[in-house]
Design a protein around this ligand. Structure first.
Ligand SMILES: [Zn+2]
Length: 435
C-alpha cells in the first residue's frame, strides 16, 4: 500500500464532545487546523463508551468484544482500586503502532491507554502505581522506554504534580514537543485528559471544562509550532479526535448493595468481599453483571427478576437491561450475564454500602467518592457523539463526513501510513484522502 504521509500525529483529547465543536472552531489553533481539514462532528462511540476500550478501538479498528478491552478496569470484586487494562498484552490482534513499527517506522506514544510494555520506540505509557509499595516513576519506567522516560522526567518532571491536571497534560505536552524536535517520529500517539478530568469533577458545561478546552487549544498550537520549527509540518498529517462524550449525573446506583442483600455477594467483618455468586462491574453509565459460575441458572434467573422489578420504577435509574448476548451484539463483553444502561442523571457505582441510590453532594465529589459527570453510556444516548478532525499531508480540505464510527478511525489512520490492520469492524473513510 502507498504511504500517504511521512509523519502522523494523533492527539486524543479525552472526552472531546460534538457539543464542543461550536466552541473549538472559534479557538485560534483549532480554527487554523480546521481551515485545511476534513472532519466529522458526529462520530459514534463504542459500548461501553469508556476511555480504555475507546483507545483500543482507535488503534485496532475493532469493537471491544473483538479487541478484548471491555472496560477500563479488570474484574477484581471488592478491590477498592482495581487494576486497569494497562498492558498491550490485553489487546487481541494487531494495532496501528505494531504495524507501523513492523513497516520500519519510528513510533512514539505518550500516555496512550493500553500500551504498557508495547514495542514502541519512544514510549511513556499510561499506568499508575496501584499498590502502596510501588513508586510512580519506577512503574512508568519499567513499562515503557526506560532511558527516554528518564530523560523526559529529568527535563520536565518539575512540571508534573502526580496525576493532577492540568499539570499532567502540561508535562505530556512538553515531552511531546521535545520528542517531535529530537526524534521526528513517523507515528506519534498523544493522550490528553485535562478536559475529561474537569468534567468528572465539575460537570459537563462547567467553567473548568471550558478552561480545559482553551488549554487544549494552546497545546494544539504548541504541537503545530513544534512541527513547523522542526521543518516537518508540510509532511505531517495531524489528527485531533475525542473518544466519547460525557453526561452530567447526580445519583449513583449501587447494584452490589442489592446483590449483597439477596445473599449473592458476601462481605466479611473487615468489609471485604469474601465470596460472590454475582458481581456488578461498573462502566459508569452502564454496568456489567457477572456470575461466578456461568452455568448458575438459578442465580441468573433470580437476578433477572430483581432487575426487572428495578426497571419498572424510573426512580431506580435503570433504562435498559440486556443479556450478555445482546451486549455482545453491541460490541460489549460477551462474558457478562447482563448489561445495564443507566437513565440520564444516574450512573453505576460498585460500592455495596448505604442506600441503593445515593444523591451526590459537592462533598462527595471533593472527597472523590463520586463525580458530577460520567461516560460509559450507550452510544444511542442523545448528544453523546465525539469528533474526528484530520488535516495536513494526504488530506483533502473541507470534506465533511456526516457520520462515522470510532472503529473507522483505525483503518483510516492505517491507510495514511500505508499499513493494514487486517479485517476490521471499522471501514476506511476514503472521502478524506487526496487522490
Ligand atoms: Zn475517555
Amino acid at each position: 500500500m502507498n504511504r500517504l504521509t511521512e509523519h502522523l500525529i494523533v492527539i486524543s483529547f479525552d472526552c472531546l464532545s460534538s457539543l464542543d465543536f461550536p466552541i473549538i472552531e472559534h479557538l485560534p489553533n483549532f480554527r487554523k487546523l480546521l481551515k485545511t481539514a476534513s472532519y466529522c462532528k458526529n462520530v459514534e462511540t463504542i459500548y461501553p463508551s469508556v476511555t480504555y476500550p475507546c483507545h483500543a478501538t482507535i488503534v485496532t479498528g475493532n469493537l471491544p468484544n473483538r479487541h478484548g478491552i471491555i472496560n477500563n478496569t479488570l474484574l477484581q470484586p471488592g478491590r477498592h482500586s482495581p487494576d486497569w487494562y494497562w498492558h498491550r498484552s490485553h489487546i487481541q490482534g494487531t494495532t496501528l503502532y505494531d504495524e507501523a513499527k513492523r513497516a520500519g517506522m519510528k513510533t512514539a506514544a505518550l500516555l496512550w491507554p493500553v500500551t504498557a510494555k508495547a514495542n514502541i520506540d519512544y514510549h511513556m505509557p499510561e499506568i499508575f502505581a496501584n499498590r502502596p509499595w510501588l513508586n510512580q516513576i519506577t512503574v512508568s519506567l519499567l513499562n515503557g522506554s526506560f532511558f527516554y522516560q528518564l530523560d523526559m522526567n529529568r527535563r520536565f518532571g518539575h512540571i508534573r504534580k502526580g496525576l493532577s491536571q492540568p499539570e499532567l497534560d502540561d508535562f505530556v505536552l512538553e515531552s511531546a514537543v521535545h520528542t517531535i524536535h529530537a526524534k521526528r517520529p513517523n507515528l506519534m500517539l498523544i493522550h490528553f485528559t485535562d478536559l475529561d478530568t474537569q468534567r468528572h469533577l465539575h460537570g459537563f458545561s462547567s467553567s473548568e471544562a471550558h478552561a480545559a478546552l482553551i488549554r487544549h487549544d494552546k497545546r494544539l498550537g504548541r504541537i503545530i509550532d513544534a512541527l513547523t520549527t522542526t521543518g516537518v509540518y508540510e509532511n505531517t498529517t495531524l489528527i485531533a479526535l475525542g473518544d466519547h462524550s460525557a453526561l452530567d449525573e447526580s445519583k449513583a446506583i449501587k447494584i452490589n448493595g442489592l446483590l449483597k442483600e439477596h445473599g449473592l455477594l458476601h462481605i466479611n467483618e473487615r468489609g471485604k468481599v469474601d465470596a460472590w455468586k454475582a458481581y456488578c462491574k461498573s462502566c459508569d453509565g452502564s454496568a456489567y453483571i457477572y456470575l461466578q459460575d456461568d452455568n448458575d441458572l438459578l442465580t441468573k434467573d433470580a437476578i433477572l427478576s430483581l432487575l426487572q422489578e428495578l426497571l419498572d420504577h424510573k426512580e431506580n435509574g435503570i433504562e435498559n437491561i440486556m443479556t450478555g448476548k445482546e451486549a455482545a451484539k453491541r460490541g460489549a463483553d460477551p462474558h457478562a450475564a447482563f448489561m445495564l444502561e443507566a437513565r440520564q442523571g444516574f450512573y453505576f457505582h460498585e460500592s455495596w454500602e448505604g442506600n441503593f441510590i445515593d444523591e451526590i453532594t459537592e462533598t462527595d465529589v471533593i472527597e472523590k467518592r463520586y463525580t458530577h459527570a460520567a461516560h460509559g453510556y450507550s452510544p444511542e444516548k442523545e448528544d453523546y457523539t465525539t469528533v474526528f478532525i484530520a488535516s495536513g499531508k494526504g488530506i483533502r480540505k473541507k470534506q465533511i463526513i456526516p457520520t462515522m464510527h470510532l472503529a473507522d478511525e483505525g483503518p483510516t489512520l492505517a491507510k495514511l501510513l500505508g499499513i493494514h490492520l487486517g479485517e476490521t469492524d471499522g471501514k476506511v473513510i476514503d472521502i478524506i484522502f487526496k487522490r
